[in-house]
Design a binder for this molecule. Sequence first.
Ligand code: NAD
Length: 335
Amino acid sequence: MRIAVFSTKSYDREFLQAANSSYGYDLVFFEPHLTRETCGLASGFEAVCVFVNDLLDTDVLKALSEYGIRLVALRCAGFNNVDLVSAAELGITVVRVPAYSPQAVAEHTVALMLSLNRKLHRAYARVREGNFSLEGLLGFNLAGKNVGIIGTGKIGTALAKIITGFGCNVLAFDPYPNPECKAMGVSYTDPSTLFKESDIISLHCPLTPETHHFINSNALKKMKTGVLIINTSRGAVVDTKAVISALKSGKIGYLGLDVYEEEEELFFEDLSNEVIQDDLFARLLTFPNVLITGHQAFFTREALEAIAETTLSNITDFEKSGSCVNQITADRIKK
Ligand code: NAD
């Protein structure tokens, strides 16, 4: 099968080519995102393989359908960039990688927590300048602190395991409490209580209409002054304007972000020679107590190997039987 692979970086090529040695697909790598302007590149292929910031709206899917594309293989878990209703109407199957390494994201979450708390991002720059003063670098012990986890699926559970080991008390909110977390001693509660009692809050729910701007000015009002917030889920779970106000007032003491509401225009590209046009993002960069990474929480060797392997095995399932356990449809996610 000929597959057009969009949004490819050197690391995508490396891991997909290695996994493909046991599949033998004809993979053609394209650097650009899949968009209305670039979808012509898919002409002559049978499937497209895409990532988080590729656009698969009705227009793009119609064009793909005209080229004979019958399969969209996502190299990620999230599928908010695909119009699943149009895909179904056009007879295009959509598959994804539901889990590749929850530990990768959970460990990056802890890295953000510790870096912010112990101000490692500032210490690193200071020491390189020959400044060994400790003024402004005071942190706090994680042991004994209350950590609130929103969403205790695969990543939230992996985080709960790690921070339980640090001696933290774990609170959680999830409409579907996880027995594994309960067995670990995690206390499930409602969002208001979690906001009120947590010293640290970490977001691990999907982006849905219910979770859009879950962290807004109302939620922030309920939180402890000086709260440490980490978002490694999806950018729009947090209302950026509200967190900027809360950072200015001191309500938020520390903010760690791996995702951002408008990240499509920024992340995964080298923009170091350009002027950033997004004023909210630029404002976030000015706070000494904000640490941002560019959607890299998933980015470990183990995760990339798992993404490549599952993507190619999804394609094989589709090729052999026309269906796949990791298929997603407009009405439900096949488990
Ligand atoms: P998962 O499906 O295993 O878990 C999500 C959990 O959120 C589920 O338990 C679900 O019940 C819960 N949930 C749903 N609606 C909720 C709500 N309104 N409030 C609270 N909880 C709610 O998913 P996962 O693998 O743990 O991933 C979680 C999210 O992390 C993904 O949706 C994705 O957006 C994000 N993610 C980010 C990266 C990264 O590199 N930054 C990588 C992978 C995933």
